[in-house]
Design a protein around this ligand. Structure first.
Ligand code: NOJ
Length: 540
């Protein structure tokens, strides 16, 4: 949209690099592979590519454990492969968003190696070290997000280090100004290479309570739920001082042209809003995961949209996410039919949408036999692993779905022969065609990308809202139910179907007053006559 910031008008597409395209036949995706698929992303019609981590890493958590923040892991290629990827993405008019993982490094990072070497090492305070309690128990009761203790005793110095995730992922001490400076240098390194923004991993975790007080028990904990939920994270995350750190990152980005800061934040809405920062000095886009966390039902989703819109700070730009590499796939959560409704919702709500690779072909949760599990969380807490949502992208119906010439690192979806880009791209009724049409519509109609949002109704499983910009009004109707129904329409407005989730009704002009909606159907209508004309027509 000319004149508008790209990260407001555009859409973000998340690539999990291990699983997008392998170029060197090792069964794992890489940068050259992603570069070769940029034509596809441009064809699809997204505006930015967010890459999950590609920095050097021993891969204990598949790249979310960085051992060199200023280099590319050989599994994915080289710095020059990365530079070429950025240049090619830009040539395709695609922005590049990197995943920045500042809360913790790898144990193999030289900073941690130094830090652990002695209690008086100059980098000791770059991480969070404490002595065990006199009885030998850990310094506090915090637990790891992946289950088990969040403290690991390092016999060399007799102290324990804190890790919110794996013991291979020690938390950095963001209260230390040297850490902050070093990390801002990392951001500068990538910004100078032309990166257009960052998705900051667990940004709400960066600062912990100074006294590292025990977290209180969670009164709502249901035994059997993930161990991390047994405590309320009152002291281990979301501390007020984190806002200063984020404002520092933001100030650095503001020194460049149109770069974006996205924060990964799993917090309730009222806390999430704090991450826009005072006078919007924080993240441009604190990720809004509410569509992942809210029950899939017309009334609850309508209430969520109203609540989110009302909670936004003045000038704060909304955003919506349906899935990512940490969450079960949308097609599995709501079913194949509703996944189309979800696509229409994601791409017609007000705010920047983030798409997760593979959702556009309807990829589901892929069954992973225990012996092929790769997510370390699965080892710690069986059944919680995220592998089923991280399987290779399916490009065609060849044996490895066009992803690799070798056996892929995770199994393919058993339906890959039908569920792939090549098969779906020319099918007018496919989910891929639906995504592409939606992305096209967002570019054609400013009402969708930038327009105002107005809720119209929620009745009988159908959620209706409008988007409006200048003279243009689009009405979106989403049937969250499986039964057909009839939805009232303002008579005489001259509605025309711009898009339908089934692909079959485009161009239809519904007869006056009512519209028949099939079960699981979503429509985008364009009002062809302004309201005043329609009133006259109606009278006449
Ligand atoms: C959030 C990331 O999205 C997830 O994949 C990772 O395991 C943790 N942060 C730790 O970095």
């Amino acid at each position: 949209m000319p004149g508008e910031l790209w990260w407001k008008a555009g859409t973000v597409y998340q690539v999990y690099p291990r699983s997008f395209q392998d170029s060197n036949g090792d069964g794992v995706g890489d940068l050259k592979g992603i570069t070769a698929r940029l034509d596809y992303l441009a064809w699809l019609g997204v505006d930015a590519v967010w890459l999950s981590p590609v920095c050097r890493s021993p891969m204990a958590d598949h790249g979310y454990d960085v051992s060199d923040y200023c280099d590319i892991d050989p599994l994915f290629g080289t710095l020059s492969d990365f530079d070429r990827f950025v240049a090619e993405a830009h040539r395709h008019r695609l922005k590049v968003i990197m995943d920045f993982v500042p809360n913790h490094s790898s144990v193999e990072h030289p900073w941690f190696q130094e830090s652990r070497s002695s209690r008086d090492n100059p980098k000791r305070d770059w991480y969070i070290w404490r002595s065990p309690k006199p009885d030998g128990s850990p310094p506090n009761n915090w637990v790891s997000n992946f289950g088990g203790p969040a403290w690991t005793l390092d016999p060399a110095t007799g102290q324990s280090y804190y890790h919110a995730f794996l013991k291979e992922q020690p938390d950095l001490n963001w209260r230390n100004p040297e850490v902050r400076r070093a990390m801002l240098d990392v951001l500068r390194f990538w910004l100078d290479r032309g990166v257009d923004g960052f998705r900051v991993d667990v940004i709400w975790h960066l600062i912990k309570d100074e006294a590292l007080r025990d977290n209180p028990p969670n009164p709502d904990y249901v035994p059997g739920d993930a161990e991390i939920n047994s405590l309320t994270p009152l002291y281990s995350a979301d501390q007020p001082e984190v806002m200063e750190v984020i404002a520092e990152m933001r100030a650095l980005l503001d020194g460049y042209d149109e770069r974006v800061l996205i924060g990964e934040i799993y917090l309730p809405l009222e806390r999430l809003m704090a991450y826009y920062g005072v006078d919007l000095s924080g993240a441009h886009l604190p990720f809004n995961f509410q569509l992942i966390l809210t029950r899939w039902h017309a009334e609850t989703i309508a209430a969520l949209v109203a609540e989110y819109e009302a909670a936004l700070p003045p000038g704060g730009w909304p955003n919506w996410v349906l899935g990512n590499h940490d969450q079960p796939r949308i097609a599995a959560r709501v079913g194949a039919a509703q996944a189309r409704v979800a696509a229409v919702l994601l791409l017609t709500l007000r705010g920047t949408p983030t798409l997760y690779y593979g959702d556009e072909i309807g990829l589901a949760q892929v069954p992973i036999p225990p012996e092929r599990a790769r997510d370390p969380w699965e080892q710690n807490e069986p059944g919680r692993g995220r592998d089923p949502a991280r399987t290779p992208m399916q490009w065609d119906s060849s044996p490895n779905a066009g992803f690799s010439s070798a056996e892929p690192w995770l199994p393919l979806d058993p339906h890959a022969a039908n569920c792939n880009v090549e098969t779906l791209r020319d099918d007018p009724g496919s989910i891929l065609t639906l995504y592409r049409r939606l992305l096209g519509l967002r570019r054609e109609h400013a009402a969708l990308s930038l327009g105002a949002y107005r809720a119209v109704s929620v009745e009988n499983d159908v959620f209706v809202y409008e988007r409006e910009h200048a003279d243009e009004v689009l009405r979106i109707l989403l049937n969250f139910g499986h039964a057909a129904c009839s939805v009232p329409l303002p008579a005489g407005s001259g509605w025309r179907v711009l898009l339908s989730s089934s692909g079959s009704r485009i161009g239809e002009r519904p007869a006056d007053g009512h519209l028949a909606l099939a079960g699981d159907e979503a429509l985008v209508l364009l009002r062809e006559r302004p309201a005043s004309d329609s009133a006259q027509l109606h009278l006449g």
